[in-house]
Write a protein that binds this ligand. Structure first.
Ligand code: HEM
Length: 443
């Protein structure tokens, strides 16, 4: 293993990491393949090579524990599938999976398109929009409607506002000194999370009760969760249902919104790519809105999303804590070592990607797609991999492709300025509001 930065006594490299997490991880990447460093008092190893990343992801269940996720995260997600471990995680994953399998995603596609059309109807040539708010509102409505099956504005707003407060605190806790505070210590941020979670609990309990009263005929995700049974025939309890619906909401909405914001920003800065995208939309869709059956045909649009997730992987770090006997790259890791990988650092590594800083969807799409075949497995891992691979990967890809298709068919989005700095919080977001002017394509 290669020794990385020495850092400070007690704090290790935490201050350097906190100042510029992405730059710090990129520098670790350039140090070598298994780099040791300290985060607070904890021994860490950073992996950047795809083979090692694959070992971490594939071994996630057997050899690594979940990294501590922070108090705010746990308060919000309870013991949902993202947080759970061992037999509890296996049971929950098997109960949640049917609600996001491809057949179900097909059923959610019409909601995704309907919400994108609703957003498009609110846009007009020359209108100024703030993209983060716009995309977040859109994916939030898709999440609330597909998960809870409700479209009432009051529900959406109350749940959405409370989720945003909790998410902000989680982001602050993850990248700052808050990560070092003991979990019992009361802080203003933790109090804000508890208050927000009380609102979420109340709203979710109300929607669950409604569903139970009305029976299970609805086409939403919550209805699927309510009927899911494990091998003993047992169902999820109300508390577990609450944890899983909040997990799916948090896992699904801000991640996809961030990906869409970056996609628009990159399209605005790369007019040639935008032109190729609209050529595909005109050819495949003509004058109609897309449906689920168009997803497979929209290969260039899919490549735009994949390339966006390469340059701006919304989950920018994936980590685990080594158990006794865990190895990576042929090296045995001391139990308790925190093992880090970063889609950001690996996705921009010139060893795996030609011109890694360039936005070139062609690398994923035929006919010039031969480059895609040269990219090693686990060099691109925005959805993780192995047994804990993102449960919503298909959902997210279909949503991002259909939303882009609806909006880009009608509009161009001019982002100004188009060079934005990423802020690594809970997800990788631009560090400020993103203002853009909408231009009607035919106007
Ligand atoms: C662009 C959008 C998305 C990205 C980049 C993304 C990324 C990820 C990543 C990297 C993981 C693995 C984390 C780890 O191993 O520590 C993950 C897990 C997960 N994601 Fe996503 N995700 C996205 C959208 C979604 C959506 C739409 C949903 C739900 C509908 C979802 C639900 C989940 C769940 C439940 C897990 C936990 C799986 C487990 O631990 O077994 N995600 N996601």
């Amino acid at each position: 293993m290669v020794p990385g930065p020495r850092g400070l006594p007690l704090l290790g490299s935490l201050p350097d990491f906190g100042k510029d997490p992405l730059g710090f991880l990129t520098r670790l990447r350039d140090h070598g393949s298994l780099v040791t460093w300290r985060f607070g008092g904890k021994l860490c190893v950073f992996l950047s090579e795809p083979d090692c990343v694959g070992e971490l992801l594939i071994g996630a269940e057997e050899h690594f524990d979940r990294a501590e996720l922070g108090v705010a995260f746990r308060t919000l997600l309870g013991n949902g599938v993202v947080v759970a471990e061992g037999a509890d995680w296996r049971r929950k994953r098997s109960l949640v999976q049917p609600s996001v399998r491809p057949k179900q995603v097909k059923a959610y596609a019409s909601t995704m398109v309907a919400e994108a059309v609703r957003a498009a109807d609110g846009w007009a040539d020359g209108r100024s929009i703030e993209l983060r708010r716009e995309m977040s509102a859109l994916t939030q409505r898709v999440a609330v409607r597909t998960i809870f099956g409700t479209g009432k504005d009051a529900d959406v707003d109350a749940i959405g506002r409370a989720m945003s407060v909790a998410q902000q605190e989680i982001g602050a806790e993850m990248s700052g000194l808050g990560a070092l505070l003991p979990s019992w210590m009361p802080t203003p941020g933790r109090a804000r999370v508890r208050k927000a979670v009380a609102v979420i609990d109340r709203e979710v309990a109300r929607v669950v009760a409604e569903h139970r009263n009305e029976g299970s005929g609805r086409p939403d995700l919550l209805s699927r969760l309510l009927v899911a049974q494990d091998e003993t025939g047992a169902r999820l309890t109300d508390e577990e249902i609450r944890d899983e619906t909040v997990t799916l909401y948090i896992g699904g909405h801000e991640t996809t919104a961030s990906a869409l914001v970056w996609a628009w920003t990159l399209l605005s800065a790369n007019p040639d790519v935008h032109a190729s995208l609209t050529r595909e939309l005109d050819r495949v869709l003509g004058d109609r809105e897309p449906g689920f059956e168009d997803y497979e045909k929209l290969t260039y649009t899919q490549a735009v999303v994949k390339e966006t997730l390469r340059l701006y992987p919304t989950i920018w770090v994936i980590s685990g804590v080594a158990r006794e006997g865990a190895t990576v790259g042929g090296r045995r890791l001391p139990a308790g070592t925190r093992v880090w990988s970063s889609p950001w650092a690996t996705h921009r590594d010139p060893r795996w990607f030609r011109d890694p800083e360039e936005f070139r969807p062609e690398r994923w799409a035929p006919p010039e797609g031969t480059e895609a075949e040269e990219i090693p497995e686990y060099a691109w891992f925005p959805f993780g991999g192995g047994p804990r691979v993102c449960l919503g990967a298909r959902f997210a890809m279909v949503e991002a492709v259909l939303v882009l298709a609806v909006l880009a068919r009608r509009f161009r989005v001019d982002v100004h300025p188009s060079q934005l700095r990423p802020a690594p919080k809970l997800t990788l977001q631009p560090d400020r509001e993103v203002w853009a002017t909408v231009r009607g394509r035919k106007g």
